[in-house]
Design a protein around this ligand. Structure first.
Ligand SMILES: Cc1cc2nc3c(=O)[nH]c(=O)nc-3n(C[C@H](O)[C@H](O)[C@H](O)COP(=O)(O)O)c2cc1C
Length: 357
């Protein structure tokens, strides 16, 4: 697949996700094999106003590359102005959000709302493409609702407007995140245009990644929710898609250590207070299914000190190690004693001891 000077065979891409794909998470996904990463969406109006929080989201590091900045807005003027400002932060390309279904975006005529205003969608896309010298792509859904699926028309419009690729999430706006993404509509999009199509929606593991390429003929794939708490999905998918080689599931040690890396990166980029607060939503996904996870998570989300969080995670790893030595936990984190419903771990950070009560 080619976007500007970026050329990658069947890339596996991190989807833009608000409050998730910040610098820390992008870096983690890149380290774990993501070929391209996207920022969270950023409001064109906010960029134009110079709103600090939004401007901060434009920052990126060289080791993230290739990285795309995604913007959304509801007027040609705001999008053109924001695109020029975003370009000055030197992303590899710019992406326009024509798919967001949430009220604060679609309710204000941006994101997926533009699927109901095709002329305006074309006007925004072509004006942005003309306004910057880096490549511009778009991300969209298959239609507004099931009575108005228009993805073939949309991708042709976007191609005519100068988009260099289009990511297609196989749901309508009215689906929100319900049901299953309709991959056959992504195949329809692929057949309708000659620019690269990036297929998105419901890739939860490497087998899904292979199936998505096979069923849609897409040029690249994009993974969102399947990567949350699980950046391992990128290397697993890349390996299976490009080499035909399945990789083993991550061990519990790797999962705990990635949670720790994520926390450290979050603190590095956002400072101690916000870095720690924003990490809170991530612990349970990294540690999902491990014995005693709810207890350690409850402790993690109450802590503000990175050193104590580090101790808690290291203590949890030691605790899992003990269960493994006792033959009750496999390396891949499968707990073999789950017929014992009363297992509760009592981890004491001071003594670094765990007892089972
Ligand atoms: C928490 C969250 C935030 C999201 N934020 C964005 C966003 O900022 N821009 C965007 O284009 N899509 C956003 N999406 C949609 C995803 O990029 C993706 O299209 C969708 O989750 C389907 O892919 P998946 O099944 O791999 O998750 C978001 C999704 C989630 C779950």
């Amino acid at each position: 697949m080619r976007i500007g000077t970026i050329e990658i065979d069947r890339p596996v891409i991190l989807a833009p996700m608000e409050d998730v794909t910040d610098r820390a998470f992008r870096q983690l996904c890149k380290l774990h094999g993501a070929d391209i990463v996207y920022t969270e969406f950023i409001s064109a109006e906010a960029i134009r106003r110079g709103a600090e929080k939004s401007i901060r989201k434009l920052a990126m590091a060289d080791h993230e590359r290739p990285v795309a900045v995604q913007i959304f807005g509801n007027t040609v003027e705001s999008m053109v102005e924001a695109a020029a400002i975003a370009e000055s932060y030197e992303p590899d390309y710019l992406d326009i959000n024509f798919g967001c279904p949430v009220k604060k975006v679609a309710g204000r005529g941006a994101g997926a709302a533009l699927l109901r205003e095709p002329e305006k969608l074309s006007a925004i896309a072509s004006a942005v493409a003309r306004a910057v010298s880096i490549p511009v792509t778009a991300k969209t859904r298959i239609g507004w609702d099931h009575d108005s699926i228009n993805i073939a028309e949309t991708v042709r419009r976007l191609e005519d407007a100068g988009m260099q690729a289009v990511a297609v999430h196989g749901r309508t706006r009215s689906d929100m995140y319900k049901g299953k993404a309709d991959w056959s509509r992504i195949a329809e999009a692929k057949a309708a245009c000659s620019i690269p199509i990036i297929a998105n929606g419901d890739i939860w593991n490497a087998d899904d990644a292979v199936a998505m390429f096979a069923q849609t003929g897409a040029d690249g794939i994009m993974i969102g929710r399947g990567s949350i708490g699980n950046p391992f999905i990128f290397a697993q998918s890349v390996s299976l898609v490009r080499l035909g080689v399945p990789l083993p599931a991550p061990t519990y040690r790797e999962r705990i250590r990635v949670a720790l890396d994520h926390m450290r990166l979050s603190v590095e980029y956002k400072g101690e207070k916000y870095g720690i607060l924003e990490m809170r939503r991530h612990y349970s996904t990294y540690l999902k299914g491990l014995p005693g996870v709810s207890k350690v998570r409850n402790e993690l989300v109450r802590e503000l000190d990175p050193a104590v969080i580090t101790e808690l995670l290291q203590g949890f790893e030691a605790h899992c190690g003990m269960l493994e030595r006792e033959g009750r936990l496999t390396e891949s984190g499968e707990y073999l004693n789950d017929h014992s419903p009363r297992l509760i771990l009592n981890y004491q950070p001071n003594t670094k001891q765990s007892t089972i009560v």
